[in-house]
Design a protein around this ligand. Sequence first.
Ligand SMILES: CC(C)(COP(=O)(O)OP(=O)(O)OC[C@H]1O[C@@H](n2cnc3c(N)ncnc32)[C@H](O)[C@@H]1OP(=O)(O)O)[C@@H](O)C(=O)NCCC(=O)NCCS
Length: 202
Amino acid sequence: MVVEDTTTKTHRRSTVSIPTHITGASSAMLDDPKTLEEIASINMLAFSGNNAGDNNTRFAKMQIRSNLSSPDYRYYIAFREKEVVGYIGWKVLGGFAREHPVIELDQIAISEKARGNRIAPRLIEETVQDAVFALTATNPRFQHDSPVHLVVWTYADNDSANKIYDYYFTDGVNGSRNQYGNDEVMKSRTLEAPYSLKKPHE
Ligand SMILES: CC(C)(COP(=O)(O)OP(=O)(O)OC[C@H]1O[C@@H](n2cnc3c(N)ncnc32)[C@H](O)[C@@H]1OP(=O)(O)O)[C@@H](O)C(=O)NCCC(=O)NCCS
């Protein structure tokens, strides 16, 4: 899936031109060492569990390769020009054969210099439908006119992520846990066909 957008939009901090291009990730794409390194750097800086402590991206690359090879996972990458500025990963939870699949927004991260331009909301909106179709393709029980359950876990104090999730996961908080010493909340949304989260943008 490829979505092109070359619009100019007014952002709260500045007026910026954002030629951002979002595409589904493939193994071939990650054969390009530059692309893999850029995704891994964003991952490592955003998710400390993958930071080996020496700014080496080896753990991040391992995780990305492993997710990418799995049929229960879909990655999409946001490029500006040829540089990776962010990515999103969607995953099927609780088995493939549920009548109403549960699909988790597993990871989303934007490079530090590209944050604040609403790339994350675009990644969510422009990939969810493709992810639902791809992740349910092998499920014989799933009819494409039935709903899916979307979930996302996030740190309760991650304000920038929570703000975005509150836009899309509008069924609210449906779970909480303390994981690895951090309080996390789960937000959810039952999404009807045709699985669109598109919102009018200000
Ligand atoms: C959290 C993160 C992904 C946000 O990415 P981003 O592209 O910088 O997102 P932005 O801040 O530009 O977008 C958020 C804004 O979009 C708003 N938004 C979303 N959809 C909107 C819509 N349809 N209309 C208006 N505003 C909308 C949100 O409310 C927020 O806006 P505001 O501060 O202007 O009110 C990024 O900070 C990041 O990578 N953080 C580290 C990794 C991380 O924490 N990931 C989440 C783990 S669970």
